[in-house]
Ligand binder design. Structure first.
Ligand SMILES: [Zn+2]
Ligand SMILES: [Zn+2]
Ligand SMILES: [Zn+2]
Length: 325
């Protein structure tokens, strides 16, 4: 992955809606995001509608997630929409190629194997038997006496016959008739997390979602990412800022540092530089899976609450008790 796209991806992860989406996948409530068929609107993604609380931007959001490398997609189905009213509530009409009427009767063609006579099924029908109109023999065993030789259509309007009708659409909403030429024909996808997004997500990018929810139920006003102005005039960004609701407003800042094995003291030093200037009431650093020895010493020296957790759920539990103290 190129540097710029990696940067874009990290920017997307900071979006609360993206975190909600990823957390759905990571918590294994969701393996593949499949569209759900709705007879009037066509395909919908109710999970995304709920995250966005507005179904009109779902398509755009999924496109952004795909372009941004968060989701990958697979062709799931194709769908036809009415060009006049955009409805998916359509029926298919097989129409007469001569007069365009959809009042077309479809019959099976039968061939009497012995004499070679071919005609539509109704010409063979005599009460509940099949009898050859040419040689008058009764046809009893399919595949031996006779076989189906295709279909034959007759137009009830112009009386002409043909073997291949022309498919057309009829909109049940606005009653428009239209052909494939005029139809809106769209790809419908199912989605999964990209391997990159899945890895990032497991490393803790989506930690903030349950933490935000927890802090909000405790009456904190939470921003993610959150910003504090420092004495120097610099604006500092934290993964999360939480301001308590009581009379004496106290501000907690939280940063997350993740690594494949051990988090280095660099993240402690970087956080200290910010809190030295921004002076929050409390600073908390979450290290996943653990902090190195130097980092531990520095955190205690700098009065940074260090939470070490081997995975997401332990981190959430530790952070909860840390905030509660
Ligand atoms: Zn329509
Ligand atoms: Zn016709
Ligand atoms: Zn015959």
């Amino acid at each position: 992955m190129s540097k710029s796209s990696k940067k874009e991806l990290l920017k997307l992860y900071k979006d609360h809606k993206v975190q909600l989406l990823i957390s759905q996948f990571v918590s294994e409530e969701l393996d593949t995001l499949n569209p759900v068929y709705d007879p009037k609107q066509g395909f919908r993604y109710p999970i995304i509608d709920k995250i966005l609380s507005d179904s009109s931007s779902t398509e755009k959001f999924l496109q952004q997630m795909f372009d941004g490398g968060v989701l990958e997609r697979k062709l799931y189905d194709k769908i036809v929409y009415c060009p006049s009213c955009n409805s998916a509530n359509l029926s298919i009409h097989y129409t007469c190629p001569h007069c365009k009427s959809f009042d077309v009767k479809k019959s099976a063609l039968i061939e009497h194997i012995k004499c070679g006579y071919i005609d539509t099924e109704d010409h063979f029908q005599e009460e509940d038997k099949l009898v050859c109109p040419r040689c008058k023999k009764e046809l009893t065993s399919p595949g031996v006496d006779y076989h189906k030789a295709g279909v034959w259509c007759t137009c009830n309007q112009c009386g002409k016959s043909f073997d291949i009708p022309v498919p057309a659409h009829f909109c049940r909403e606005c009653h428009e008739n239209f052909t494939f030429d005029e139809a809106i024909y769209k790809d419908i996808y199912s989605y999964t997390l990209t391997p990159d997004a899945a890895k990032e997500a497991k490393l803790g990018c989506v930690l903030t979602v349950p933490i935000i929810e927890f802090l909000e139920t405790r009456g904190f006003k939470v921003e993610s990412p959150g910003f504090l102005n420092g004495k120097s005039g610099t604006r500092h960004m934290f993964d999360l800022t939480a301001v308590s609701a009581g009379k004496e407003k106290s501000t907690t800042v939280i940063d997350f540092a993740t690594s494949d094995d051990v988090v280095s003291e660099q993240s402690v030093i970087a956080m200290f530089a910010k809190i030295f200037d921004a002076t929050p009431d409390r600073a908390c650093l979450v290290a996943i899976p653990k902090m190195n020895e130097n980092g531990r010493k520095l955190a205690s020296l700098y009065k940074i609450d260090l939470v070490e957790a081997k995975d997401q759920s332990t981190a959430i539990e530790s952070l909860k008790s840390c905030v509660n103290e």
